[in-house]
Ligand binder design. Structure first.
Ligand SMILES: [Zn+2]
Length: 416
């Protein structure tokens, strides 16, 4: 499959872009190559696509089912009881709904934390996106659950065949220090060391989580995870709002990645992430939406604006959270963390990109396209989405979208 994009804006110049064998093979004016698909890029710009580095995709089915509550109350009373009803088919349809929203807002990859992983892999495979699909360790300190989770995780890594190894990979999640026992954490450590896999974990999301960790373990969540050898170069720490200077040193020393989730943190009144401080110290930061029950969307364009604006108010400094820095978190840093040679538009890189509509009023005038994307745009400016050299959306149409929406509406009735 080859794609030729004609006369598209790239780095302030009009050029052609030729995609072949899943990569950007040539970026130059007047390319004469024959292509399977030719796209007219006039009045469009080519930009990197987005990678949502912390989400619970299938929770898209739960958006709006319960809002405006305190985190632990919300989880225990409204979310976890409904999640017990979710079978594999529901997770499949919920994940498809999330992926549809992601594609429509320019996202081509997501790092997920959810159960029913075969359903998630199937949805991501069929819809053509990249995904890190994780087995989830969460036992709530119940020994029977510990045993079940160890078996489930072992099965996930040993028995599971991944249908699209180039786009979809298996990884591991540990929910949080307040939901995972010492025995299960020890097993998580063994597993990530054995399989050399990415680890996704909620850490320092609320002040209560940090206070309780000091109360029961006499250390911070980051220090506790470090004792378990779980802060490493393949660790992605979601939220990470309440980090001490010692925590930041541990994260830096071990090369771990942090994923900020601004809208979810605002909605649950968790706190404000110290973006500029972490960037200044050299911590690798990525961006994610968290699940749609707490966001209530998986739109990375909206998330970039929250991310930038919160960095400014956190420091009372308008120079904090610069548009270019935030755009990089959402694109290049995400792709790199997922292990894909993508996230920038350059020859030889994997062909993940979006074409944005320069005739949208949100993109006019176009003095600085990154400024427009972070501060002005919404998902309506995304016209075309390409992942791994394949068109996933063109003229804002995604194949099969009507059926995805209709099925999700039916399934949601069972969760009200
Ligand atoms: Zn989360």
């Amino acid at each position: 499959m080859s794609i030729l994009i004609k006369d598209v804006l790239h780095n302030n110049h009009i050029t052609d872009v030729f995609i072949d064998s899943k990569k950007f093979s040539q970026i130059a004016p007047n390319i004469k190559a024959l292509a399977d698909i030719t796209i007219n890029g006039k009045n469009k710009a080519i930009l990197p696509a987005f990678y949502n580095m912390h989400t619970h995709a299938a929770m898209n089915l739960l958006k709006g089912v319960s809002d405006d509550k305190e985190l632990f109350d919300w989880l225990q009373k409204d979310i976890w009881p409904r999640e017990e009803k979710l079978d594999s088919e529901m997770v499949y349809h919920g994940t498809r709904l999330a992926i549809l929203e992601m594609i429509k807002s320019g996202t081509v990859g997501f790092f997920d934390m959810y159960g029913q992983q075969s359903a998630i892999i199937k949805a991501a495979d069929e819809m053509g996106v990249r995904a890190g699909v994780t087995a989830v360790a969460i036992d709530l300190f119940d020994p029977a659950e510990t045993k079940t989770h160890i078996e489930t995780i072992e099965n996930f890594f040993s028995d599971f065949t991944t249908p699209s190894p180039s786009r979809i990979f298996k990884a591991l999640s540990a929910h949080a220090v307040y939901t995972v026992s010492r025995t299960l954490f020890n097993f998580v450590t063994e597993t990530i060391e054995k399989y050399d896999t990415l680890l996704n974990i909620h850490a320092c999301e609320t002040q209560k989580e940090v206070d309780d960790c000091y109360k029961y373990k006499n250390c911070s969540p980051i220090e506790l995870l470090d004792k378990h050898r779980l802060i490493g170069p393949k660790t992605v720490l979601a939220h990470s709002i309440f980090l001490s200077d010692k925590d930041i040193d541990i994260i830096l020393r071990n090369g771990a990645t942090v994923c900020t989730n601004p809208a979810s943190n605002l909605k649950l009144a968790s706190g404000i992430f110290s973006l500029q401080k972490l960037l200044d110290k050299g911590v690798k930061v990525t961006l994610g939406t968290d699940g749609s029950a707490s966001n209530n969307s998986v739109n990375m364009i909206t998330e970039m604006k929250f991310c930038s604006l919160l960095a400014k108010i956190k420091t009372m400094d308008p120079k904090a959270g610069k548009a270019e820095d935030v755009f990089k978190l959402a694109t290049q840093n995400g792709a790199e963390t997922m292990g894909f040679d993508a996230g920038v538009i350059a020859e030889g890189k994997l062909a993940d990109c979006i074409l944005v509509d320069l005739n949208s009023p949100l993109m006019v005038p176009n003095y600085n396209i990154i400024s427009n994307m972070v501060y002005s745009a919404d998902s309506s400016v995304v016209d075309t989405v390409i992942c791994n050299g394949k068109v996933l959306m063109q003229n804002r149409h995604v194949e099969g979208e009507d059926e995805i929406i209709a099925t999700a509406k039916e399934i949601a009735k069972k969760l009200a």
